[in-house]
Design a protein around this ligand. Structure first.
Ligand code: NAI
Length: 480
C-alpha cells in the first residue's frame, strides 16, 4: 500500500521509463485514443469495477488507462508468469498524475518472473477488492480469472476443495491450494464475487475455448463476450502480431541466424500463419504440421511443406508450437531433436511442449543461459535450447505484440466491456460476439491512421450487393 493504492510490482522507480514508453505507445494506438475521445464526456464505465488478467505490458497499460478514462475502477494482474514488463507495471501503479512517493494509479499485481504460487496469489489479489468485495466485470486473457471464480464457486457449493491427484499438473495443486486458503478465510467468498459479476470479455483463442466448454455444460455463471473472434482481433493480432513478435522473441532469446534453417511450425491457424510468415521473412525453410486438412491444405498452397513432426525432427533447426493443444512436442520428440535446435511455444499455455516430461527425462541436465533461455543437455551430450520454459515466447523472450496491432484487439476489449457493463440484462449466460459493425469501426480507425483510403459504395452498388452504404459489408458467415 502506498497513498491508498495496493500493489505488488518489481520496482516502482521504473515508472518514469514506463510512462515515456506509454506516451509513445498512445500515438501508435489510435483505436484506444479514439474511444477515449468518443466517450470523454459520457463515462460509460462509471461504476464498473474491472478485474483484469492480461499480460502487463506497455500496450496493456494504455488499455488500462483507457478503461479508467471511461470511468472504471480497475485492478490488474498478468496472465503469464514471464509476460510482465516491469516498467509498464510500475507506471500504471504510479499513474499519469502520480509520483513514486504518491502513486495515484491502478493496483497492479504483476512482475516478470513470478513463481506459480505467486501467480495465483496475484490472480486472487486482482479479484479481491480492498473492501472485501469483488469486481463487477472481468477482462480475461486465457481464462484464468474466470477459472478461479468458477472453481471457487464449485468447491464452495460442494463444501470442500478436493486434493490434487498424483497425475495432475503441479499448477493444479497450486490452484487448489489457493482456493483452499481463500475459502478457509472466507467460506462465502467466491459465490459473493460471482454474484456481483455482470460479465467477462475474453481475449484469446484458448480462453474462448474454455468459455464455450463452460457454456455447453451449463456452468457459465455470467455472460461472456468472445473478443478473440472479432475479425479485427484474431485475423490481425493472432496473425500480424505473431509475424512481428515471434522473430523478435527468437532473436532476443538466441540471436541465431534464421535464414536457411529448417523451421517447423506446429499448427496453421491464425497464429501459425503469422508464425510461418515471420520465419519465411527471414529466409527459413518452413515445414508445417497440422491435424486439420483445411489448414494443412492452406499451408501447402502457401508454399510450405506439410509433414508430421516425427518425420522432420532430424532436420529441424527450430520447432515452434502454435496449436493451443497439449502434448504437441513430447520429451521423446525433444530427445530426437538436433544438437542446439531451438524449441519454443507461442500458444497460450505451456502444456503444448511436455516440459514436465523433459524435466523427468532420465539423465537430463539443465543449463540456464540467461532468463527465459535454457539449454537442456541429454545424456548422450547433445542439447536443445528451450525458450521461456515452454511458455509463450513472444511475451517471455520479447515484449509481445507491438502497439498498433494491440490497439485493434484492445479497442474490441473496451467496446465489449462497455457493452456488457451497460447492457448486461440483455445477455444470458452464454458466449457472444461483437456485432460486425463495431469490427468495421475498429478497422476503419486503424486504416485511416495508416493513411489508407476506403472506397465508398454508391447507393446503386450497395443495393446490387445487398448491403447498406454504411455497412456491415459482409454476411456473418464470411471468413475473411
Ligand atoms: P487456431 O485454432 O486458429 O489454430 C490452432 C491450429 O492448431 C488449428 O488449425 C488446429 O487444427 C491446429 N492443431 C491442433 N492440434 C494440433 C496438433 N496436435 N498438431 C498440429 N496442429 C494442431 O488458434 P489460434 O488463434 O491460432 O491460437 C493458437 C494459440 O495461440 C492459442 O492458445 C491462443 O490462445 C494463442 N495465442 C497466442 C498469442 C501470443 O501472443 N502468444 C496471440 C494470440 C493467440
Amino acid at each position: 500500500h502506498r497513498n491508498g493504492v495496493d500493489f505488488a510490482v518489481a520496482d516502482l522507480s521504473l515508472a518514469e521509463y514506463g510512462r515515456k514508453e506509454i506516451r509513445l505507445a498512445e500515438h501508435e494506438m489510435p483505436g484506444l485514443m479514439a474511444l477515449r475521445r468518443e466517450y470523454s464526456e459520457v463515462y460509460p464505465l462509471r461504476g464498473a469495477r474491472i478485474s483484469g488478467s492480461l499480460h502487463m505490458t506497455i500496450q496493456t497499460a494504455v488499455l488500462i488507462e483507457t478503461l479508467v478514462s471511461l470511468g472504471a475502477e480497475v485492478r490488474w494482474a498478468s496472465c503469464n508468469i514471464f509476460s510482465t514488463q516491469d516498467h509498464a507495471a510500475a507506471a500504471v501503479v504510479v499513474g499519469p498524475h502520480g509520483t513514486v512517493e504518491e502513486p495515484r494509479g491502478v493496483p497492479v499485481f504483476a512482475w516478470k518472473g513470478e513463481t506459480l504460487e505467486e501467480y495465483w496469489w496475484t490472480a486472487e489479489s486482482m479479484l479481491t477488492w480492498p473492501d472485501g468485495t469483488g469486481p463487477n466485470m472481468i477482462l480475461d486473457d486465457g481464462g484464468d480469472a474466470t477459472l478461479l471464480v468458477h472453481k471457487g464457486v464449485q468447491y464452495e457449493k460442494a463444501g470442500v476443495v478436493p486434493e490434487a491427484g498424483a497425475d495432475d499438473p503441479e499448477e493444479w495443486r497450486i490452484i487448489l491450494e489457493t482456493l483452499r486458503r481463500s475459502l478457509a478465510a472466507d467460506p462465502g467468498k467466491w459465490t459473493g464475487i460471482a454474484g456481483g459479476i455482470r460479465g467477462v470479455t475474453e481475449e484469446t483463442t484458448t480462453g474462448v475455448m474454455r468459455l464455450y466448454q463452460l457454456a455447453a455444460a451449463g456452468d457459465l455463471l455470467f455472460p461472456a463476450i468472445n473478443v478473440n473472434d472479432a475479425v479485427t482481433k484474431s485475423k490481425f493480432d493472432n496473425r500480424y502480431g505473431i509475424r512481428h513478435s515471434l522473430v523478435d522473441g527468437i532473436n532476443r532469446g538466441t540471436d541465431v541466424l534464421i535464414g536457411g534453417k529448417v523451421a517447423v511450425i506446429c499448427g496453421y491457424g491464425d497464429v501459425g500463419k503469422g508464425a510461418a510468415e515471420s520465419l519465411r521473412g527471414q529466409g527459413a525453410r518452413i515445414v508445417v504440421t497440422e491435424i486439420d486438412p483445411i489448414c494443412a491444405l492452406q499451408a501447402a498452397m502457401d508454399g510450405y511443406d506439410v509433414q508430421v513432426l516425427d518425420d522432420v525432427l532430424d532436420r529441424a533447426d527450430l520447432v515452434i508450437t502454435t496449436t493451443g493443444n497439449k502434448d504437441v512436442v513430447t520429451a521423446e520428440h525433444m530427445s530426437r531433436m538436433k544438437h542446439q535446435a531451438i524449441l519454443g511455444n507461442i500458444g497460450h499455455f505451456d502444456n503444448e511442449i511436455d516440459m514436465a516430461g523433459l524435466q523427468r527425462y532420465p539423465g537430463i541436465r539443465r543449463i540456464n543461459i540467461k532468463p527465459q533461455v535454457d539449454e537442456w543437455v541429454f545424456p548422450d551430450g547433445h542439447s536443445i535450447i528451450v525458450l521461456s520454459e515452454g511458455r509463450l515466447l513472444n511475451l517471455g523472450n520479447a515484449t509481445g505484440h507491438p502497439s498498433f496491432v494491440m490497439s485493434n484487439s484492445f479497442s474490441n476489449q473496451v467496446i465489449a466491456q462497455v457493452e456488457l457493463f451497460t447492457k448486461h440484462e440483455e445477455y444470458d449466460r452464454e458466449v457472444y460476439r461483437l456485432p460486425k459493425k463495431l469490427d468495421e469501426k475498429v478497422a476503419r480507425i486503424h486504416l485511416e491512421a495508416l493513411g489508407g483510403r476506403l472506397t465508398k459504395l454508391t447507393k446503386d452498388q450497395a443495393e446490387y450487393i445487398d448491403v447498406d452504404v454504411e455497412g456491415p459489408y459482409k454476411a456473418d458467415h464470411y471468413r475473411y
